[in-house]
Design a protein around this ligand. Sequence first.
Ligand code: GAR
Length: 193
Amino acid sequence: MKHIVILISGGGSNMLALLRAAQRDEWATRFGARVAAVIGNVPGALGLKRAAEAGVATAVVSHKAFADRESFDAALATEIDRHQPALVLLAGFMRILTPGFVARYEGRLLNIHPSLLPAFPGLNTHQRAIEAGCAAAGATVHRVTAELDHGPILGQAVVPVLSGDTADQLAARVLSQEHVLYPRVVADLLSKM
Ligand code: GAR
């Protein structure tokens, strides 16, 4: 069985979309794959509660308990490696990862980012898209490389920016498409593994 580990920091709606797709589309039967664990860096995050309610193993590695990025990433890797994952999916995981961590999971590490990369890497993507006058916005699933939000693109979803949109309104429109995009890209990848 191919194990998938999902890393989250917050509400975990993308994580839930992945869990639902895995169940609905029978990833275990079709691809021999299952979500083995959801790991968070924020104790008490809603997403961890939701994952536990869905019957998935959860763990917390709080970044605040570590003096630097290297020691946090080492502890996170120890927790991840317990599951020997074929894929590690960042789903609203809001930590910058060290090059050593990225190299350890090279070829297995994916992220979803709420913009049409290479536009708007980093934070506040929706506000920046509105201020730039973009007619379209969206989300990108990409392989993770050492440079933040710059890895090879595996899939994108596009939504319109409507006149008068607030960042929150645009974020909600993008997020609903993230929930379709991420499972589609992961299923496609699993079908080729
Ligand atoms: C999503 O919009 C995701 O694309 C974004 O955080 C949100 C998490 O929502 N990720 C990043 O900004 C990564 N830099 P969720 O916890 O409900 O899935």
